[in-house]
Ligand binder design. Structure first.
Ligand code: KG4
Ligand code: ZN
Length: 344
């Protein structure tokens, strides 16, 4: 079964064709990073307009690269939340129209849940066993999910404030690194001393929740003090006043702290629920230091998705779409709603 997956929840216009939920036949991503980098983050209105311009060419390219015509496509899966309203609307309206025009079943996908399915796309294919524990961390969420089957899952914990990726992006900005900050911190960190700054972590007892807002403030205070200032020193002045060594040391120390925190949550859930499989997902799962920490601490062998499937893409959406198709969980193209704050 071939499913076309469409993803437009943030700043990536992405379409892919995936066969039987596991085999990627094409994966096309039109990133708006260059457009948003000049503003230091995603501008929702600009994102929506950019999606309009490229959504159909991206879909056509995905079909072409998969060597498929519409006759070969068995269904369309689309992200309908959570995300930016204007961006989501472009994807869902496009998918609804195409489903009606080509008479294809439509599957509504939760973006956060879809991230975990990036791991189903790993080659050679892994025989996933359930229960499956997933740490899913991106720019908008940091969740621990326990799947009892591909479509049945429980949210064990989530961030109470900033997402892990959001913290990466905000700290990167303090260091004068361009958006998106996660990969940039990942590149800078190896040249720094990750013990240079001892940063606090939130202690959320008896919970699988995360919290990264305090860490972000602690980074700000440490940087202000490193340049000889105090809490009144504007964060915008920091990049010019910090030395290259100080920046690298903070990138490394901050990255270590986030990776240790995420891994500690994953480890706690692992020992409590004893899952048969453990995966990590979302943009932050592309981070090499996180993979290293998880490998070091988790007593099971892990497989990691290629970076292209960790950040936003259509293939993960098509993958979960296949499992929705197996369960006949279609949605009516005339009534599908977008939901910017769709819960897991
Ligand atoms: O999953 P994603 O592409 O979009 C959302 O659903 O938000 O994740 C994007 C987030 C951004 O915050 C970005 O800085 C972060 O993931 N990210 C990384 C890395 N690559 C992307 N964070 C740390 N290390 C990376 N290598
Ligand atoms: Zn995402």
């Amino acid at each position: 079964m071939k499913i076309l997956g469409l993803e437009t929840s943030c700043d990536e216009t992405a379409a892919a064709v995936v066969e039987d939920g596991r085999k990627v036949l094409s994966n096309v991503v039109a990133s708006q990073i260059d457009i948003h980098a000049q503003y230091g983050g995603v501008v929702p209105e600009v994102a929506a307009r950019s999606h309009i311009e490229v959504v159909l060419p991206v879909i056509n390219q995905a079909l072409e690269q998969a060597n498929c015509s519409w006759d070969d496509i068995d269904g369309i899966a689309v992200t309908h939340g959570p995300g930016l309203l204007g961006s989501l609307l472009i994807g869902t309206l496009t998918a609804r129209t195409l489903a009606l025009a080509h008479n294809k079943p439509l599957y509504a996908v939760n973006h956060v849940v879809a991230h975990t399915f990036a791991n189903f796309l790993i080659e050679p294919q892994i025989d996933f066993k359930f229960p499956l524990l997933s740490l899913s961390a991106s720019g908008k969420h940091s969740d621990l999910l326990l799947f009892s089957s591909p479509l049945e899952y429980k949210l064990l914990g989530q961030t109470r404030d900033d997402a892990a990726g959001e913290a990466f992006d905000k700290v990167a900005r303090m260091l004068g690194l361009p958006y998106p900050g996660g990969p940039k911190i990942g590149q800078l960190a190896p040249s720094g001393n990750e013990q240079a700054f001892q940063l606090p972590t939130a202690n959320l007892k008896d919970s699988y929740d995360f919290s990264f807002s305090g860490l972000k403030t602690a980074v700000l205070r440490a940087l202000q003090s490193a340049v000889g200032g105090d809490f009144r020193t504007p964060s915008g002045e920091l990049p010019n006043r910090l030395s290259d060594n100080q920046k690298a040391d903070m990138a490394a120390s901050f990255q270590r702290t986030v990776c240790e925190t995420l891994t500690a949550g994953l480890l706690k859930a692992y020992y409590e629920f004893k899952p048969a499989t453990v995966v990590i997902a979302g943009g932050v799962s592309a981070n090499g230091r996180l993979r290293e920490e998880v490998n070091r601490q988790l007593p099971v062998k892990m497989a990691y998705a290629p970076i292209a499937y960790c950040t936003d893409n259509g293939a993960m959406v098509a993958s979960i779409g296949y499992y929705l198709a197996l369960e006949h969980q279609t949605t009516d193209p005339r009534t599908l709603r977008t939901d910017p704050s769709l819960a897991v």
